[in-house]
Design a protein around this ligand. Structure first.
Ligand SMILES: [Zn+2]
Length: 363
């Protein structure tokens, strides 16, 4: 078994604004808010039947990692009739006894056939016992009508060491039925390369993550924020110049000046804006494909918007809140692009989130 570049599939989002994928309810609102890109990433994957069978969840937020994998297990196995429209009964507000059996068991963490936690059951050792890995591997080699989810809470190689990993490699490589492995780690570097090469990497956002890079300047409320940022980062000047003329920014400008020319207000305005945003997303992807640093391209995009908004970002609370949220989105997009998550998916999510955010902000 050589090191093979795994399953890095990009998720394409239909570019037609009138035919956006219907977003299935997989995750509850709190998690969607706390991990907007991760949840959108998995919903897109599920909507398009492109769920991979092994993921490494990286980053420092274990609570959100557990919530994500548990809510995916609930969605995959829920038998409730309203699942398609309202999500798994396991994430809805209801009496525990009214939930389907799968959801009840998964919520308790003891579904005998759909939920596996790979750790030392007695917590007597710090490493994952090889026997336990073999036992799970044997269980997973049986056919099952359930969608089976396996969580390795600490996939760092000190804990999920080579013999334990080897016991599972074949199962990860040739899964029987629907399997979803979730390996948790603080960083990819901690995990054995033989595991990494078979997984997609999903970065989780930490709580209160600090903004970094030149774009962080904009959140400091300086009047000369744009010229300062551009003076300190000359490489962004041509990027901002080339982005300015995109229709997407025309739209933002028309909202800012309250002149809706080409765009009537309302639903069709939003649809046109999404199409323009995806078109702009294509430009971003092209720039990155042509060797531009992805951080710089995203910074350039945000700075272009900062230029359009001008000083109002500091004077008007609505606009400064918009900018703050946009900065957060851009930091997430940068993190995703630095990792190996599908580039087009990350960029499309970024521009669509951006459009929605801009639509919500009056003026
Ligand atoms: Zn259910």
């Amino acid at each position: 078994m050589g090191a093979r570049l795994c399953n890095i599939k990009s998720i394409s989002i239909d570019a037609s604004p009138l035919n956006l994928p219907s977003m299935t309810v997989v995750f509850d609102q709190a998690l969607t808010k706390s991990q907007p890109l991760v949840t959108k990433f998995f919903v897109s994957a599920m909507d398009q039947g492109k769920l991979a069978h092994a993921y490494i969840f990286v980053g420092g937020n274990n609570r959100d990692k557990w919530l994500t994998v548990r809510q995916m297990a609930l969605f995959l196995n829920c038998t409730d009739g309203e699942k398609a429209t309202s999500g798994a009964c396991g994430i809805r507000e209801m009496d525990e006894s009214k939930r389907c059996q799968s959801c009840r068991w998964i919520r308790e963490g003891k579904h005998p056939q759909a939920w596996f936690e790979l750790k030392d059951p007695d917590s007597t050792t710090t490493i994952i016992p090889v026997d336990r890995a073999r036992q799970i591997s044997a269980e997973l080699s049986k056919t099952s009508s359930y969608k089976r989810v396996i969580v390795v809470e600490d996939a760092s190689q000190e804990v999920f060491h080579r013999p334990a990993a080897n016991a599972l490699l074949k199962t990860i490589e040739e899964p029987r039925g629907v399997l979803l492995f979730a390996f948790f780690a603080r960083s990819v570097e901690q995990v054995l390369p033989t595991i990494v090469s078979r997984c997609q990497i999903v970065p989780f956002r930490r709580d209160g993550e600090e903004l970094v890079g030149p774009i962080a300047l904009t959140s400091q409320g300086s009047k000369e924020v744009l010229s300062r940022a551009l003076a300190e980062h000359r490489e962004l000047v041509p990027l901002v110049a080339s982005m300015k003329d995109r229709k997407f920014f025309e739209w933002s400008k028309s909202r800012a000046s309250r002149t809706y020319g080409r765009h009537s207000e309302g639903e069709s305005e939003h649809a046109i804006a999404v199409a323009d945003a995806l078109d702009f997303g294509k430009m971003i992807t092209d720039l990155i494909d042509h060797d531009h640093d992805s951080d710089a391209v995203i910074d350039g995009a945000v700075l272009t918007e900062v230029e359009i908004i001008g000083n109002r970002a500091i004077k008007e609370p609505g606009m400064s809140a918009y900018l703050r949220d946009l900065l957060k989105l851009s930091e997430e997009a940068k993190t995703h692009l630095r990792r190996y998550v599908g580039k087009k998916a990350a960029v499309d999510c970024f521009v669509i989130d951006w459009t929605n955010l801009r639509s919500k902000t009056r003026a």
